[in-house]
Design a protein around this ligand. Structure first.
Ligand SMILES: Cc1cc2nc3c(=O)[nH]c(=O)nc-3n(C[C@H](O)[C@H](O)[C@H](O)COP(=O)(O)O)c2cc1C
Length: 457
């Protein structure tokens, strides 16, 4: 007999009732119960299913109780025996199993947990979720649940970029589904590269812990953590609720030939942290990211680009936005003529690499005659005269706030800390050295105040 998670009474809740919210409050008051966090892991039919075995092991290490549903296609990749053994209880596979229904039932299975996690979330499972199909145990549990759902998409880049998957993902994000990944990189299929690799077990674990913590602390923080609660009950609105925030992050890669490019050391950590903090503050966030080795922040719509010109196009496509934060380290120059084939070293003259200027994304958007975001924030990475250069940049670019940071030999680019100065036409505010996440949280609070002041709120 499968027991229900201790913080629930095991009785199915037909709607997200006051009793459930009461349970959440109870959990806040009773830290001992945090040890009994539980998830229902739904393993879809993707090649990345094997990574779930490692995920289950890590969840166990963290004291997170895991029950698993394996789809029919999932069984082609991992066995119910290995999943069940790692979970410490039988793995569920069949909607019409009388034993399962007698033990717990598909409705209770989907509710006697704190969070549903779909990994790998295949294109098929995502489509089912977006349309509300319920034709097997996994999709029925997903439709019947009154808990948050976190998905870790994994598929071929073409499947991920297909308009149907884009539409389905947009629908899921509207529905408040949390997302981790996918990452970009080489696929299992030879020669395939791009977005679609499932987030690594460590990243999924971090997202699970964030989602579980969010549920426990939403009322404390009152920031509208990661969208709405299942069943339509709204979280308390955050400081940026109702706003569309556009963030750019990471470097750009400017191709020299098919294998070489011009880049910089930006890791994207600061921009991604700002996007995550804006989402946590209740905003709808679009993140336009250059090539980085980071997972897409949960609850954020992430658009992946390579070059400065692609980044500008993605930014323009994402408008209108109330607030735009341009954190990306956009390459100032690209080569005038990208070679169509790999350039050869043939012992003769060095290749002439004439450079031309890239579009200035910050200035372009800040100078828009119509459709300019209410608040345009730029970043200035400098190695000397940081504040003076930032003041000049503020005027030249036509933005409202420059966040200046000293990237000269301090390990800021790629590191986890940042020392920033906020430069506006009113003056300069200098902050101590802080973790990038902390800079992001404070900056989002600062931006929310500026936006509210502008709106006359
Ligand atoms: C070898 C192989 C690997 C596959 N990998 C993926 C994948 O990574 N992502 C995906 O969306 N579909 C993948 N598929 C296709 C799915 O298995 C198929 O769409 C299936 O119906 C999904 O079932 P599900 O809804 O249970 O996940 C793969 C198929 C095969 C044969």
């Amino acid at each position: 007999m499968l027991g229900s998670s201790p913080e629930h009474d095991g009785a199915p809740h037909d709607s997200p009732s006051r009793a459930m919210l009461g349970n959440r409050r109870l959990r806040l008051r009773n830290p001992a119960l945090s040890a009994s966090r539980s998830i229902l892991l739904i393993i879809g039919g993707g090649i990345a299913a094997y990574k779930c075995l490692e995920l289950i092991r890590r969840l166990k290490d963290r004291g997170i109780v895991t029950r698993a549903i394996l789809t029919k296609a999932g069984e082609e990749f991992v066995t119910p025996l290995s999943v069940g053994t790692l979970c410490g209880e039988r793995c569920f596979t069949d909607l019409f199993s009388l034993t399962d229904e007698a033990d717990i039932g598909h409705i209770a299975l989907s509710r006697s947990t704190d969070l549903l996690v779909v990994a790998p979330a295949t294109a098929d499972l995502i489509a089912k979720m977006a349309t509300g199909l319920a034709n097997d145990l996994a999709s029925t549990a997903l439709l019947a649940t009154d808990k948050r759902v976190l998905i870790a998409p994994a598929m071929n880049p073409r499947m991920w970029q297909h308009p149907a998957t884009r539409r389905n993902m947009a629908q899921l994000e509207k529905d408040g589904v949390l997302v981790v990944g996918p990452n970009s990189g080489a696929m299992a299929e030879r020669g395939e590269n791009g977005p679609g690799r499932m987030a690594e077990p460590a990243e999924i674990l971090a997202a699970i812990e964030l989602a579980l913590a969010g549920e426990a602390t939403a009322q404390q923080r009152a920031i509208g953590f990661l969208g709405r609660l299942p069943g339509g009950a709204a979280n308390p609105p955050g400081a940026l609720a109702g706003r569309h925030v556009l963030v750019t992050s990471g470097p750009t890669h400017e191709a020299i030939d098919p294998v070489r490019y011009i880049a910089n050391r930006s890791s994207g950590k600061q921009g991604h942290a700002i996007a995550a903090a804006a989402a946590a503050a209740g905003a709808r966030v679009t993140l336009v990211s250059g090539p980085v080795a980071l997972p897409d922040p949960a609850g954020v719509e992430t658009v992946h680009v390579e070059s400065a010109r692609e980044m500008l196009a993605a930014v323009e496509a994402a408008l209108p936005a109330t607030i735009a934060v341009f954190t990306a380290a956009v390459a100032d120059w690209r080569v005038a003529d990208e070679a169509p084939e790999k350039m050869k070293k043939d012992g003769s003259a060095l290749p002439p690499l004439a450079l031309v200027e890239n579009p200035d994304i910050l200035a372009t958007i800040a100078h828009l005659q119509s459709g300019r975001p209410d608040l345009v924030v730029g970043f200035a990475a400098e190695t000397e005269n940081v504040v003076a250069y930032a003041q000049a940049k503020l005027a030249r670019k036509g933005c409202d706030l420059i966040v200046a940071n000293d990237v000269g030999g301090t390990g800021v680019m790629g590191g986890d800390a940042n020392t920033v100065h906020l430069v506006t036409s009113d003056g300069v505010e200098s902050w101590p050295t802080l973790a990038k996440r902390e800079v992001a949280t404070r900056l989002v609070a600062h931006i929310a105040r500026l936006a509210a002041a502008r709106a006359g709120a």
